[in-house]
Write a protein that binds this ligand. Structure first.
Ligand SMILES: C[S@@+](CC[C@H](N)C(=O)[O-])C[C@H]1O[C@@H](n2cnc3c(N)ncnc32)[C@H](O)[C@@H]1O
Length: 428
């Protein structure tokens, strides 16, 4: 199915109210792209109980039944903007009499590609689940992108993908190591692109300048509370993390109180109920979100090699024994979904050196450089190269393209670090 341009999109909407299903990153992205073109949006739909009645980008968030059961397709046009729950939401719309590509559309038809810009490949930590844990970070993976190149990258994204409203400024590196991060944020904002940052909060960065430059949201990655933190956030210092957490939240409250800050809590076997409760209490006190997520082996290089018959490297082996959701379990579930498409194929991962990865979830460049220079190559050509890529075929052959999604979609099972205030099921 071809992607739509703004004119054909407006013809399809035909004066109906636009509602966006999914109040998370994807939803905010489409909203920002529409607002950039002065196209009004009525609000967001989301089934997360804790979001109902709140607002996003100043617009109301309502529960699905309030729209699909009370309004007709002649009044409302829905854009489904969800990374993981697209199919489920499509079925709900159809059951309520809304027709695809007539009364609702999936955001991927407007914006076939998501973007990640890894502004620096370097990281200050050696977290055990990450390839940075190994002593030799891959060649070409640890420099910084210049501000000039960053500006050119943003300009090309806006020109080639007009419905893109946001993107992430990280993948493998630690973005706060980049001294020009505030300049980058400012430039992207001026072009109508909001940027998200994920940080380990262990760098003595100029957080005031970063927050003043207004990232779209800030994710703070942790894997425990107190001494447990340093087991899996290797070389991270818990007191530094905690001090920066309070500093960042105070700055957020003073400078941009509406900015979303979330703690992304990677759960391992050693994660305890008491730690989760401590995180809940702290996040409530700081008025930030808490997202507990089952930790997995985040570079698929080791996972694919393992499925192709090689032994896991010692660090990955030790880490896999710490996973709360065991590797074999994740792999078995991924294999059962093997027939389903890859969630990350649509993501264009631009590395600091301007190379584009075939897949953002693979770290090493071997077999994984789609093109050497993003700026010299059209989006169509990049996608063509990626479609024919051998790495994708090997990965899909083993069902590994579904592995990360298995972990990311999973909710914390009852009795397993159970709690009441955790962020509820959301459509994002
Ligand atoms: C490799 S990190 C790099 C960005 C930054 N340095 C950070 O620590 O947030 C990219 C993303 O992966 C997530 N991540 C890291 N290890 C993970 C794991 N074992 N399981 C799930 N997500 C993980 C982090 O929370 C972060 O959002």
């Amino acid at each position: 199915m071809n992607s739509l341009n703004f004119d054909s999109f407006l013809t399809l909407v035909a004066n109906r109210q636009i509602w966006i299903w999914g109040a998370g990153n994807q939803g905010r992205g489409v909203c920002q792209a529409l607002q950039r073109k002065a196209i009004p949006v009525a609000g967001f739909i989301d089934s997360a109980i804790d979001l109902a009645g709140k607002t996003a980008l100043g617009l109301p968030i309502v529960s699905p039944n309030l729209i699909i059961q009370t309004k007709s397709a002649s009044q409302v046009f829905i854009i489904i903007a969800s990374f993981y729950f697209e199919e489920e939401i499509k079925s709900r719309c159809c059951l309520s009499g809304f027709k695809e590509n007539c009364d609702f559309i999936v955001y991927s038809r407007l914006k076939p590609n998501d973007y990640a810009i890894d502004i620096t490949g370097a990281c200050n930590l050696k977290c055990v689940s990450c390839p940075h844990a190994y002593n030799n970070p891959a060649e070409r993976r640890s420099g910084v992108m210049s501000l000039e190149n960053f500006k050119r990258v943003i300009d090309k994204i806006v020109a080639e993908s007009p419905f893109v409203g946001n993107l992430q400024l990280y993948q493998w590196g630690e973005p706060t190591l980049h001294k020009q991060l505030p300049d980058m944020l400012r430039y992207a904002n001026a072009q109508g692109i909001k940027c998200a940052i994920s940080s380990n909060l262990n760098v003595p960065a100029d957080f005031e300048a970063i927050i003043e430059a207004k990232p779209e949201w800030l994710r703070l990655s942790t894997s425990g509370w107190g001494s447990h933190y340093e087991i899996t956030h290797t070389q991270g210092k818990w007191p530094v993390f905690l001090q920066h957490l309070y500093e960042v939240c105070a700055l957020r409250n003073r400078i941009h109180p509406e900015m979303k800050v979330e703690v992304f809590f990677h759960l391992y076997k050693h994660s305890q109920q008491a730690e989760l409760e401590q995180w809940q209490k702290t996040c409530a006190e700081l008025a930030i979100e808490l997202h507990p997520v089952y930790a997995y082996l985040i570079s698929l290089d080791d996972v694919l090699a393992y499925q192709e018959g090689k032994a896991l490297p010692p660090i990955a082996q030790t880490t896999s024994e710490m996973l709360l959701l065991p590797l074999e379990h994740g792999l078995a579930e991924a294999k059962m979904e093997k027939h389903l498409p890859c969630d990350t194929f649509r993501c264009i991962n631009i590395n600091w050196d301007l190379s584009v990865s075939n897949c953002m979830m693979y770290y090493y460049p071997t077999d994984n450089v789609a093109v050497d220079n993003y700026l010299d190559t059209s989006l169509t050509e990049i996608m063509k190269v990626r479609e024919d890529c051998n790495l994708c075929q090997r990965c899909m052959d083993k069902g590994i393209h579904r592995y990360c999604g298995v972990y990311s979609r999973k909710r914390i099972a009852p009795g397993e670090l159970v709690s009441d205030n955790m962020i509820g099921e959301s459509d994002v």
